[in-house]
Design a protein around this ligand. Structure first.
Ligand SMILES: *[C@@H]1O[C@H](CO)[C@@H](O)[C@H](O)[C@H]1NC(C)=O
Ligand SMILES: *[C@@H]1O[C@H](CO)[C@@H](O)[C@H](O)[C@H]1NC(C)=O
Ligand SMILES: *[C@@H]1O[C@H](CO)[C@@H](O)[C@H](O)[C@H]1NC(C)=O
Length: 391
């Protein structure tokens, strides 16, 4: 990845040596390269309008987690190189000198995952005649597309949602299904697991970019590169592209709809008005290995006694439901738990309660003994504490 970026920089430099007499070479941010005679002061944002009804590139490499580009115009994707070229239109305002701009866009929603695939987006700002000939299209797609990568932390439920499904929902919902999903680090197992959701987002077959041969060039008139995770497992409505306001409530409605879960609200009255026989339901999430509730039987009996009906149901908590997050070992995971589960739960219309397990209530005490740092100082901010408490 890094190699191809260096190659690109090298190629651009070479180009400049031939074409430009007095050039400046500006790297305005580690991820944006602008080769230009006049420095663009908007380079890091990369917002470039070229006349009305003309083509637009808007790239951001400054998001809290990941990078994205929105490309509107003549967009050509080389799946083998993972490169995207943005081609100037004929008859657009001509520039006397060659201008090229390039972005490195990490196609996974967290730019710092070690296996991240980098997509190189280049924009020729020169007029058609002077620009290098664009690679010819082998497929002309009429629908817009979203290009992203799997890999990273996918395979973990929480990451599947926060790193891929929620940001993909944000990126593609505006197209009402008429959007092509271009996937790098294609994983058939993962895609099959979420096929029901992906089918709802895109009525087209998912494209395996890894399988494209070197001559395959896919052309689009609109492309989103990368997934923008606004917040972990959350949506910032103001940042949703395409002028549509989406929230986590829309995401849960989408899930409910996709999986045909009919109930959109709790059928019962608030506690004070509730009739006696309407028992609230308790869903206990049983985890196999880590973070197990070892006295589950007792918890169930206590719940029944308190008038809860313990249930095994296909379940998506409805607005008004209460999510109780159990944090292992005192305050250790509370800040993280709140950000990763509490805030999203509230955004979905659930009530959130947290319960922090005291050291004496945890099997960790038996396992590690009272003097172990995890028991004595379970601070997730220290590297050791963080790694250990995350297990
Ligand atoms: C696509 O990229 C590959 C790898 O860099 C390159 O070999 C191939 O020529 C490119 N295809 C076209 C049509 O430019
Ligand atoms: C990756 O980014 C996340 C969120 O920005 C951060 O919490 C984490 O420490 C980073 N990991 C590495 C290895 O840099
Ligand atoms: C794609 O569209 C371009 C421009 O309209 C056309 O020149 C080209 O032949 C088309 N390619 C294919 C494979 O249909």
């Amino acid at each position: 990845m890094h190699l191809s970026f260096s190659l690109l920089v090298g190629a651009l430099l070479l180009l400049l040596t031939y074409l430009v007499f007095s050039q400046q070479f500006a790297i305005s941010s580690p991820n944006v390269v602008t080769t230009d005679v006049e420095l663009s002061n908007k380079a890091s944002l990369g917002e470039t309008g070229r006349g009305r009804s003309d083509k637009v590139v808007a790239c951001s490499t400054e998001g809290p987690y990941g990078d994205t580009c929105e490309l509107d115009g003549d967009v050509r994707v080389n799946g083998t190189a993972l490169s995207v070229s943005f081609v100037p239109s004929t008859g657009s305002r001509s520039h006397r000198r060659r201008r090229v701009r390039a972005w490195r866009i990490v196609s996974y929603a967290r730019r710092n995952v070690t296996d991240a695939k980098v997509v190189t987006v280049t924009q020729q700002l020169t007029d058609h005649a002077a620009a290098a000939a664009p690679p010819p299209c082998t497929v002309n797609h009429t629908a817009p597309a979203v290009l992203f990568a799997l890999g990273g932390y996918t395979g973990n439920y929480w990451h599947d949602f926060t790193d891929v499904l929620v940001p993909l929902f944000v990126a593609s919902r505006r197209y009402a299904g008429d959007v092509v999903l271009l996937v790098a680090r294609y994983n058939p197992w993962w895609l099959a697991k979420y096929a029901t959701l992906l089918r709802r987002l895109s009525s087209h077959d998912v494209v395996d970019l890894d399988a494209d041969d070197a001559q395959q060039i896919r052309c689009f008139s609109h492309l989103t590169v990368g997934l923008d995770m606004h917040r972990e497992f959350n949506i910032v409505p103001e940042q949703v592209p395409g002028g549509q306001r989406l929230t986590m409530a829309d995401f849960t409605a989408f899930l409910r709809d996709a999986y045909a879960l009919p109930r959109a609200a709790l059928p019962m009255e608030p506690p004070e008005k509730r009739k006696k026989k309407e028992k609230p339901r308790l869903l206990l999430v049983h985890r196999g290995r880590y973070r197990r509730i070892v006295n589950e039987e007792e918890v169930l009996r206590a719940a029944e006694k308190a008038g809860r009906r313990a249930d095994a149901v296909v379940f998506l908590a409805a607005p008004g439901a209460v999510l109780v997050q159990v944090g292992a070992v005192r305050e250790a995971v509370d800040a993280m738990a709140r950000r990763e589960f509490g805030e999203p739960a509230a955004a979905m219309g659930l009530q959130y309660l947290e319960y922090s397990v005291a050291a004496e209530e945890s099997t960790l005490l038996e396992m590690l003994g009272p003097d172990h740092p995890v028991i004595r100082d379970p601070d997730p901010c220290t590297e050791a504490g963080g790694t250990r408490t995350s297990r």
